[in-house]
Design a protein. Structure first.
Length: 297
């Protein structure tokens, strides 16, 4: 059977240049076509004549792209849609057009943050409701019924960030919310101690970050050692060469340590007697003798 000559003919966005000499393994006649975008591709003649193939694939790529500007059929305003399915500029216009508003971000990080914030603020069955809605935390009316408004106010969530309220006792609202890193959000919690130094009040971890100290060090200095807040957040930790007598918690001198070890080594006195003699605990005497403390001498 003689093949049909379609060289020079146009099918959709494709123009036939020439036939491919050998037929395909399925017996189909192939041809080389040039797309309007400039790409050359090999297509079956059957697919061209049936309309199955109309481009090199660029039409599908363009269809998947979100349009830059569309016109709302209700109010006539040009707007940038969330996705290809978005037809209305707002939920109000979608209600007037008797259609559901499609924002195209149902599985986005922003939508999950908005949904979870609403749930813990208004749903009594939510496991974390007592810490939010149960103590009066709500969401403003502007955000409660409209994710599009929430997204317009907050914008896209930067990588590695979460929705955070600046004031822990305030509502979810544009002036009280931000996208914060996980460390910033963990610092901005009700159970994080606040430390005031020279009239400046900051969370304890923030003082640690500013002065190169750990939260555990500052907390121990204030609660266990009785330091003042100013000393606790400003005094640097002691390095190896600042140990011994230079340590602010030192109860012994280097000479006393050497004498304790020599007295215990000759067996003249017990650890308990040494503890009473130098007014320190038995545990400290044991650590000194076994070189768990004062190891540098």
């Amino acid at each position: 059977m003689r093949a049909i000559d379609i060289v020079g003919e146009r099918f959709g966005h494709l123009t036939v240049l020439e036939h491919v000499p050998p037929p395909s393994r399925k017996g189909r006649t192939l041809c080389i076509c040039r797309c309007d975008c400039g790409t050359e591709t090999i297509v079956s003649v059957d697919h061209l004549r049936s309309g199955h193939t109309q481009s090199c694939g660029c039409l599908k790529k363009k269809a998947r792209l979100k349009p830059q500007q569309v016109t709302c059929p209700v109010c006539g305003i040009d707007f940038e849609p969330f996705s290809r399915k978005t037809k209305f500029c707002s939920e109000a216009c979608s209600h007037r057009g008797n259609s559901a508003y499609v924002h195209g971000r149902s599985f986005s990080r922003e939508h999950r943050s908005w949904t979870h914030a609403k749930g813990r603020s208004f749903n009594p069955n939510a496991p974390n409701f007592p810490g939010w809605g149960g103590r009066g935390i709500t969401m403003c009316d502007r955000w409660r019924d409209s994710f599009a408004t929430f997204f317009a106010d907050m914008g896209s969530c930067p990588p590695g960030c979460v929705l955070d309220r600046i004031d822990n006792d305030g509502p979810y609202s544009p002036e009280n919310c931000r996208w914060a890193t996980l460390s910033e959000s963990m610092t901005n919690r009700r159970n994080v101690p606040l430390v005031t130094v020279d009239g400046v009040t900051l969370p304890l971890p923030e003082w640690g970050r500013r002065n190169g100290l750990t939260s555990a060090t500052i907390y121990a200095r204030i609660k266990r050692l009785g330091w003042s807040p100013a000393e606790a957040v400003t005094v640097p930790t002691f390095s190896s060469w600042e140990r011994g007598e230079q340590h602010r918690s030192a109860k012994l001198t280097a000479a006393q340590v050497l004498k304790i070890r020599s007295e215990y080594a000759v067996g003249r006195i017990t650890k308990a007697a040494l503890a009473r003699k130098y007014a320190i605990s038995d545990r400290t005497i044991s650590d000194v003798v076994n070189r768990k403390k004062w190891r540098h001498i």
